[in-house]
Design a protein around this ligand. Sequence first.
Ligand SMILES: NC(=O)c1ccc[n+]([C@@H]2O[C@H](COP(=O)([O-])OP(=O)(O)OC[C@H]3O[C@@H](n4cnc5c(N)ncnc54)[C@H](OP(=O)(O)O)[C@@H]3O)[C@@H](O)[C@H]2O)c1
Length: 242
Amino acid sequence: MSTQKVALITGGNKGLGKEIARQLGAQGYAIVIGARDERLGRQAVDELTKGGVKEVRAVRLEVTNPEHIAAAVKLVADTFGHLDVLVNNAGISLDWDGTPMTAEKFTKTFNVNVTGQWLVTEAFVPLLAKSADARVINHSSMLGSIATCETSWDQVGSFATEAYATSKAALNMLTVLQSKKLAAKGIAVTAAHPGWVKTDLGTDAAPMDVASGAKTAVGLATMARERFPHGALTHLGDRLPW
Ligand SMILES: NC(=O)c1ccc[n+]([C@@H]2O[C@H](COP(=O)([O-])OP(=O)(O)OC[C@H]3O[C@@H](n4cnc5c(N)ncnc54)[C@H](OP(=O)(O)O)[C@@H]3O)[C@@H](O)[C@H]2O)c1
């Protein structure tokens, strides 16, 4: 079994996922990016390689597709034999697409942001359990913080739309449950809020650039294990309320 640290980042073909891949790759991690469009995955691999990442590959990974997930597990098992860092980054927001919310859009949001993240982690548990320092980072949002919505509505109210915010609140609960249930297997689990970041999802109105936005997840992936905030929601090292 290889001793090189291996990180899988879902939704790694653009935005925060690609930047997390770049920053972890620059620190010597072997990178696997999940991309639901194989062509976009290959393009991102080319870009990351040209940017200096030495070991990077893409796998076709629509996070709601069990066959894709099984193939991704096989690729990581056959290539590395273990997984050290899983960044459940793939996510969508359909609340702001200019059309009214529908049951279909609501369900799709939950399928990707919650069910997909759960499916991927479940499938990778055996490979994570083979790592001496396994970490799962669920890319969440402060918009999923019930306490923040309750106490700071004047700041977050215009962003906290129903499908996206409730999906991230559900992901926060999933993070707590996973942190309790996977601890016995030596797998640490946490939730990360990247900040409001300029990406296709975050829009150009966001104040943070993508390099800064990736720092929370990259910090969580690389910090000393004893400092890892197992079962918490954090942003740049600060704990946020649930
Ligand atoms: N940007 C922000 O301000 C912000 C703030 C808080 C939290 N976040 C969270 O950070 C994560 C990344 O967001 P981002 O801003 O980087 O967004 P982004 O630029 O829109 O990138 C989202 C990524 O997720 C992928 N994806 C979407 N649906 C998928 C599915 N069903 N299966 C697999 N991959 C899928 C996209 O693939 P395609 O290219 O194929 O669409 C893309 O690679 C999300 O979970 C988001 O909720 C972002």
